[in-house]
Write a protein that binds this ligand. Structure first.
Ligand code: 6GU
Length: 224
């Protein structure tokens, strides 16, 4: 999977994508992450990328031309990948969208800032409009990091234990069951006996039952 992230504040992306599983996926060449500084496609000597909105109103809007030029450059240089725009008024991001996007060979991700981007970019250049939840972030970079992380872990080979990504919460519309590690007893807080029994079939059954109970209690909406 080749990610191309278009950002006016590329520094925001460095830390979340520079560690742990995503870092290893990049090192092992299962994932590539190209960060494109929108400012390089800015207009004039000042490299302008935003302007006042037509019709008046507070807040700057990201201009159509720098975004168009940047997306064209990425498509011409790296391939005609779909374009996702991170925005609080997009479709709510879910595990099933992550699963679907993980099948693409590449993805161009636009991080919005200010009041958003010129609507003509959305109308003519964007394939997916994605929100990561019902709250407002200052920019799309954190949301883009969420997308890259959640998709990367689905790429074959990225997670060592092949079954691990499949047992994540949401992967089967259930929350994950509780997990424990040593010691088996701490402060008289005990690990459930079943997990120490060595009885694989019963453990599996227990985990399924706990996942179901957990989901019923916390996220009944997932069971509909
Ligand atoms: Cl994708 N962007 C911004 N700026 N805020 C958000 C979001 C995205 N998703 C939820 N809130």
């Amino acid at each position: 999977m080749n990610f191309h992230i278009v950002s006016a504040v590329p520094e925001l992306l460095e830390s979340p994508l520079g560690h742990s599983i995503v870092k290893r996926a990049v090192k092992n060449e299962l994932v590539s992450i190209h960060i494109h500084d929108l400012r390089n496609f800015g207009i004039g000597a000042n490299k302008q990328i935003d302007d006042y909105q037509f019709g008046g109103g507070a807040g700057m809007v990201m201009m159509v031309e720098p975004l168009d030029k940047c997306i064209s450059y990425i498509k011409d240089s790296f391939g005609d990948h779909p374009v996702a725009y991170m925005t609080p008024d997009g479709d709510r991001y879910t595990q099933s969208m992550a699963n679907k996007l993980s099948l693409e060979s590449g993805l161009i991700i636009i991080c919005g800032h200010y009041k958003g981007i010129d609507q003509r970019v959305r109308d003519h250049l964007v394939d997916y409009e994605i929100s990561i939840g019902d709250y407002v972030l200052s920019g799309g970079e954190i949301a883009a990091s969420v997308l890259v992380d959640s998709i990367s872990r689905l790429i074959p080979g990225v997670i060592n234990d092949a079954s691990s990504a499949l047992t994540d919460s949401f992967q089967d519309d259930l929350l994950a069951p509780p997990v424990f590690t040593r010691p088996a007893s701490y402060n008289n807080w005990e690990v459930p006996d079943i997990l120490l029994s060595g009885h694989d079939a019963k453990i599996l059954e227990w985990r399924e039952q706990m996942a179901l109970e957990h989901t019923k209690k916390r996220r009944p909406d997932l069971l509909k």
